[in-house]
Design a protein around this ligand. Structure first.
Ligand SMILES: NC(=O)c1ccc[n+]([C@@H]2O[C@H](COP(=O)([O-])OP(=O)(O)OC[C@H]3O[C@@H](n4cnc5c(N)ncnc54)[C@H](OP(=O)(O)O)[C@@H]3O)[C@@H](O)[C@H]2O)c1
Length: 265
């Protein structure tokens, strides 16, 4: 539970585009000061400038590659050296990978798991420890609708998001009576740059999808109600329930017919 949004600090990873940039806009609209983190400095500078003009909030920028081992500790040291106490952490930075196993680049998988799982876990635990001492604060972790099932051709990505969901829900249980909220936000397909960087360009445009604004609104509403998770969009929610009832083989086979990558010429 937050002490307040206004005049407190939020840290958003992956703030340079998509859902992260939208979190920055909506949180600045609630009066939050923000630490914006990603690799693309220009994008962060532009966003920070526009938020300062629109909302008068303070914005700090930290350029960091969170797929590097040790990056979570380096980021938090930098935040502390700037005298900032984080009231809300949004672990949003994440990448996907759509490929047949024969064509899968192991280095990309390692970087993805480091970013989606290891850095997220290290940031969450370190920040939550501080929040528990203060008795307030919160974390929103970006999981996915694929957190609920194995997904053919996106096996490592979907499993990384299953980790995020389970890890976040477990911490929610531990922390809820101590003033700290952890919410896992599970979007379905969302129109961002995500699929362009994941080996499936144009996917969001070709399929049923939501915009980042709706996803972030849903996430913040659930966080405000101190929910442990939320699926964005009622069709996505029904799919997340249906997959629990379906035979597991059926779920995998179904995912493969949807996610099969296009063969390069
Ligand atoms: N779009 C969807 O359909 C969808 C669905 C479910 C869940 N999600 C999740 O939502 C989150 C946000 O994705 P999005 O859709 O907004 O995609 P996006 O537009 O591609 O944004 C990804 C963000 O992560 C940052 N990032 C990527 N690699 C990074 C690294 N090594 N170090 C630091 N930052 C890094 C990117 O910034 P830089 O490139 O500047 O570093 C960017 O700001 C992800 O966790 C994703 O898994 C997305």
């Amino acid at each position: 539970m937050l002490k307040a949004y206004a005049d407190h600090w939020g840290l958003i990873t992956g703030a340079s585009s998509g859902i992260g940039a939208e979190f920055a806009r909506q949180l600045a609209g609630r009066g939050m000061h923000l630490v914006l983190v990603a690799r693309r400095q220009e994008r962060l500078l532009e966003l920070a400038e526009s938020l300062k003009v629109a909302h008068g909030t303070k914005c700090e920028i930290i350029v960091a590659d969170l797929a590097e081992a040790g990056s979570a500790q380096r980021l938090l040291s930098e935040v502390a050296s700037r005298g900032i106490e984080i009231e809300l952490l949004v672990n949003n930075a994440g990448v996907g990978l759509v490929a047949e196993v024969d064509d899968t680049d192991i280095t990309r998988v390692q970087q993805m798991l480091q970013l989606n799982i290891v850095t997220l876990t290290e940031l969450t635990i370190a920040v939550v420890q501080q929040m528990l001492l203060r008795g307030h604060g919160g974390v929103i972790n970006l999981a996915s609708v694929v957190s609920f099932q194995p997904v053919g051709y996106m096996g490592a990505y979907a499993a990384s998001k299953a980790f995020v969901l389970h890890f976040s829900e477990a911490l929610w249980g531990e922390c809820r009576s101590r003033g700290v909220t952890i919410t896992a936000l599970c979007p379905g397909t969302t129109r961002t740059e995500f699929f362009d960087h994941s080996g499936a360009p144009g996917w969001a445009e070709k399929n049923r999808s939501q915009d980042a604004r709706t996803v972030v609104r849903t996430g913040l509403a659930a966080f405000d109600k101190r929910k442990q998770y939320v699926v964005s969009g009622w069709i996505n929610y029904i799919l997340s329930l249906a997959v629990r009832l379906a035979p597991r083989a059926t779920a995998v086979k179904g995912s493969m017919s949807v996610c099969k990558p296009q063969k390069k010429e």
